[in-house]
Design a protein around this ligand. Structure first.
Ligand SMILES: Nc1ncnc2c1ncn2[C@@H]1O[C@H](COP(=O)(O)OP(=O)(O)OP(=O)(O)O)[C@@H](O)[C@H]1O
Length: 253
C-alpha cells in the first residue's frame, strides 16, 4: 500500500466508560480512495472526528504530510488540506450551484464572505476562481446545472455540490461520512465515480465511512474494517471481504 499522506498512530478515545476507539492505527497514501467499514457503534465516526480535529484523542498521534497535527484545531487542519463533509449537505439553498461553489472558495472565505453574499460582488471579481469552479463542477458532472438554485437539486446532487465546494479549498484529504446514505443506486454510482475522478484528476485522497458496501466496494482502493473500536482487517476490498474475521463479525457469516 502506498503510504505517506496520513498516519494515524495508536489513537484511543473514551467517552465516560465507553472506549469508542482503542489503539487504532491506519495509513493513507496520496491519491487513494479508502473506505472505513464496521457495524453501528464500532468507532468510525469518532475516528473521522479525531482526524478532522473535532475530537481530541486521549492518546496517540495524527501525522499529516509528515507533520504531527494532533494538537491542531479543525480550521488549522482545513487550511493544511483536510476537508470534511457531512451527511446533511450545508448549502446556501437560495444561491445558484455556481454561487455556492464560489462562496466556498478559500479566497472568498478569507475575504468578507458575508459581504460577498449580500452584494453579489464575486460576479466579475475573479475570473480564475469562476473558471476553477466550472472545472470542478464539470468534473462532478454538475456543470449543466450551474445556474439552478441549490434547493432545486436532488439529495444526491446536493452531496455532489457539497463535494464541489470542499474541492475549491484544494484539499489533499477529504473525509466523508456516509456519502451514499439516502441516495438512489444510480446516483450512488455517480457519486463513487465522481470521487474516483477527483482522486485521479486532482490527486485528492478520500477516507469515506460507508454502510452500503455492495455499492461502494467496487470503487475503492483500500478498506479498513473496524469492530468494537479496533481495526480488525485492512487491505484491498477483495482481501478484506474474504477475511474470516470480517465475514464473521461484519458480514454475518
Ligand atoms: N460524544 C459521545 N459521548 C458518549 N459516547 C459516545 C460519543 N460519541 C460516540 N460515543 C460512543 O462511542 C461508540 C462509537 O461511536 P461512533 O459513533 O464512533 O460509531 P460508528 O461506528 O460511527 O457508528 P454508526 O455506524 O452508527 O455511525 C458508541 O458506543 C457510541 O455510543
Amino acid at each position: 500500500m502506498e503510504k505517506g499522506l496520513l498516519s494515524v498512530q495508536h489513537v484511543r478515545k473514551s467517552f465516560g466508560g465507553v472506549t469508542a476507539v482503542k489503539d487504532v492505527s491506519l495509513e493513507l497514501g496520496e491519491g487513494t480512495l479508502t473506505m472505513l467499514i464496521g457495524p453501528n457503534g464500532s468507532g468510525k465516526t469518532t475516528l473521522l472526528n479525531i482526524i478532522s480535529g473535532v475530537i481530541e484523542p486521549d492518546s496517540g498521534r495524527i501525522v499529516f504530510k509528515g507533520r504531527d497535527i494532533t494538537r491542531l484545531y479543525p480550521h488549522e487542519r482545513y487550511r493544511y488540506g483536510i476537508a470534511r463533509s457531512f451527511q446533511v449537505p450545508q448549502l446556501f439553498t437560495s444561491l445558484s450551484v455556481l454561487e455556492n461553489v464560489l462562496v466556498s472558495s478559500r479566497l472568498y472565505l478569507e475575504e468578507d464572505a458575508l459581504g460577498i453574499l449580500f452584494t453579489n460582488s464575486w460576479a466579475l471579481k475573479d475570473w480564475d476562481q469562476a473558471q476553477k469552479a466550472f472545472e470542478i463542477l464539470s468534473l462532478l458532472k454538475l456543470d449543466h446545472l450551474w445556474d439552478a438554485p441549490a434547493r432545486a437539486l436532488s439529495g444526491g446532487q446536493m452531496k455532489l455540490l457539497e463535494l464541489a465546494r470542499a474541492l475549491m479549498s484544494d484539499p489533499k484529504l477529504m473525509l466523508l461520512d456516509e456519502p451514499l446514505a439516502g441516495v438512489n443506486p444510480a446516483l450512488a454510482h455517480e457519486i463513487m465515480q465522481a470521487l474516483r475522478r477527483a482522486r485521479d484528476e486532482l490527486g485528492v485522497s478520500f477516507l469515506i465511512v460507508e454502510h452500503r458496501l455492495d455499492l461502494a466496494s467496487k470503487y475503492v482502493d483500500f478498506v479498513y474494517a473496524m469492530n468494537q473500536g479496533t481495526v480488525i482487517s485492512s487491505g484491498t476490498p477483495d482481501e478484506v471481504f474474504e477475511d474470516p474475521m470480517v465475514v464473521e463479525s461484519l458480514l454475518g457469516g
